[in-house]
Ligand binder design. Structure first.
Ligand SMILES: Cc1ncc(C[n+]2csc(CCOP(=O)(O)OP(=O)(O)O)c2C)c(N)n1
Length: 546
């Protein structure tokens, strides 16, 4: 008779799980042992937070839930930040934790926490296996909900005594299926078409839902057919190529985006796959004076500034195709002032030889070093704001920014997962020195599994974004300074390569060399963040979320 842990692993295989990221513990010994006979590759990491971020980015890039695993108590709590990040960024993730035996869960007991309650507010589903025969249903439900219309986190814990119980041979994994998206109703399409026909100055706002639902092509066709310009949120970068004439660029950083992004002059905002956690509607719809069409798989959140005139729910591809067929093209579209400003700004700084380097110069050279399909993973901080604004992203899922939960520390583990999911592409993470030190230990993981990634650190010895906010709000700063290790020596001590950029012209050749090195490479790039306040002076206060 198979053990419950063996059935559990069979069910994961049945879901197509390729990797599990995690750290074993005493209470999940049975699972770890069952994994020895499995096709699933276990990636042993150095901190459970790293495992959760890896699962987060793997889920976001592939659409299949990334899986992370920890022991009970402290192992499970260490998963929380990366797991919450995935849940709020709507990346499918399944977290598995061990749990103490059911004979001691009712009382104070070593390392016992009520894990189901702990994960409940940050997940779509949180449960504990109480009987081995429930495992097929629980695993199916976890993946079904994590990968559903509103994707996110599912948490399952397995008490150690249940894991070691025997289970019936007939207890087998359930058939895997994902409910097909419902079709938008004719009535909702008609209402949307009427609004588009009535509009004088429509604008499209794209959120990550377009990329998640593989609707980027349909979106570009929709925009072209109707001649309507497209603004993208941070997490929708690449939904329409930056170089497309109808692309307005990425919005959501500065107060000025409301004007430069074209929202000020718009009378209709067509929100496609837009999630409110990313860019609060009061920032782009302050006067509540526009009509909104909401096209998504899930219903719109209620918000004073997001009062929708039409809600087209269901398959996003179908919705876009059907509306485009029935509506008429606009004679002119909102001007791409924001995109033109960005092109001009990048060109202005292309040869800037100041040292430390300006963010604009770094991103200009970074774009040169990466092909359109290569992947850039941003960490969280001032560098993220610059990446969101200036990185010219040409294809979906090639610039990964966490903008829902927006947790520091995602960069290094995220790059590892991105490379595992896309071994043929170059993967770069840009991180602040603060965020880098939160999960830098995963350099060892990347080296051990021979996962070549390039880590570019914007070195300013400070929590740069917080300094930016302090300068703007109070005109003085505090509590943001720290010292760094020698990043080159630090990298080398792991067996990775380390480079320090010592002049502006040095960056591009160093990046090119780093990708040729085909190992884990750390590049220390001193950055000049005095540009932050200059941007604020030019474009108004920073509204992008940290
Ligand atoms: C885990 C976590 N802690 C704190 C914050 C708040 N926060 C956002 S950005 C930031 C500073 C980031 O500093 P650094 O990594 O050096 O990047 P920089 O801003 O200098 O580019 C902080 C503390 C956060 N988003 N996530």
């Amino acid at each position: 008779m198979p053990l419950a842990a063996e059935l559990f692993v069979k069910c994961l295989e049945n879901e197509g799980v390729e990797y599990i990221f995690g750290i074993p513990g005493e209470e999940n010994l049975y699972i770890m042992d069952a994994l020895l006979n499995s096709s699933i590759k276990f990636i042993t990491v150095r901190h459970e937070q790293g495992a959760a971020f890896m699962a987060d980015v793997y889920g976001r890039l592939t659409g299949n839930a990334g899986v992370c695993l920890a022991t009970l108590g402290p192992g499970a709590t260490n998963l929380i930040t990366g797991f919450a990040d995935a849940n709020m960024d709507r990346a499918p993730i399944v977290a598995i934790a061990g749990q103490g035996a059911t004979t001691r869960l009712h009382k104070e007991s070593h390392q016992i926490l009520d894990l189901v309650s702990l994960f409940k507010p940050i997940s779509r589903y949180s449960t504990m296996v109480m009987e081995p025969e429930n495992i097929p249903e629980i695993i199916r439900k976890a993946f079904y909900l994590a990968q559903g219309d509103n994707p996110g986190g599912a948490f399952v814990c397995l008490p150690e005594n249940i894991a070691g119980d025997q289970t019936d041979q007939n207890n087998i994994p359930l058939k895997v299926y994902q409910q097909a998206s419902s079709q938008p109703t004719t009535e909702s399409i008609e209402i949307a078409v009427t609004l588009v026909l009535q509009a004088q100055r429509p604008i499209i706002m794209v959120g990550n839902g377009v990329i998640r639902n593989e609707a980027s092509q349909a979106l570009v066709a929709f925009a072209e057919t109707l001649n309507i310009a497209v603004a993208q949120t941070f997490m929708a970068k690449g939904a329409i190529p930056f170089s497309h004439p109808l692309s307005l660029g990425t919005v959501g950083l500065q107060a000025h985006d409301y004007v430069a992004g074209g929202f000020d002059e718009a009378d209709l905002v067509i929100c496609v796959g837009f999630d409110m956690v990313e860019y609060h509607p009061h920032l782009w719809h302050p006067r509540c004076d526009k009509k909104i069409i909401h096209i998504h798989k899930t219903a719109a959140e209620i918000d004073t500034h997001y009062h929708v005139s039409a809600s087209v729910l269901g398959d996003i591809n179908k919705a876009l195709q059907q509306i485009a067929q029935l509506a008429k093209p606009q004679t002119e579209h909102i001007s791409d002032e924001l995109r033109q400003t960005i092109i001009a700004e990048l060109d202005d700084y292309a040869q800037d030889d100041c040292f430390p380097l300006k963010p604009q110069r770094i991103l200009y050279d970074t774009r040169k070093a990466l092909d359109d399909e290569d992947i850039l993973i941003s960490d969280v901080g001032a560098h993220k704001m610059w990446i969101a604004r200036l990185y010219r992203c040409e294809a979906p899922n090639t610039c990964i920014i966490s903008n829902g939960f927006a947790s520091m520390g995602i960069g290094v583990p995220g790059a590892i997962a991105a490379k595992l999911a896309n071994p043929e592409r170059k993967v770069l993470t840009i991180t602040g020195d603060g965020g880098f030190m939160m999960n830098s230990q995963e350099i060892e993981t990347a080296l051990r599994y021979k996962i070549p990634i390039v880590i570019m650190i914007w070195n300013d010895h400070q929590y740069g974004l917080i300094k930016w906010h302090q300068q703007r709000r109070f005109g003085r700063t505090g509590f943001i300074d720290f010292t760094n290790p020698d990043f080159v020596k630090y990298a080398e001590s792991f067996g990775a390569k380390g480079y320090r950029v010592e002049k502006a012209e040095g960056l591009l050749p160093t990046l090119q060399q780093a990708f040729e090195d085909d190992t884990v490479v750390v590049i220390d790039v001193p950055v000049d963040y005095s540009e932050n306040m200059r941007l604020t002076e030019k474009l108004g206060k920073l509204v992008g979320q940290s």
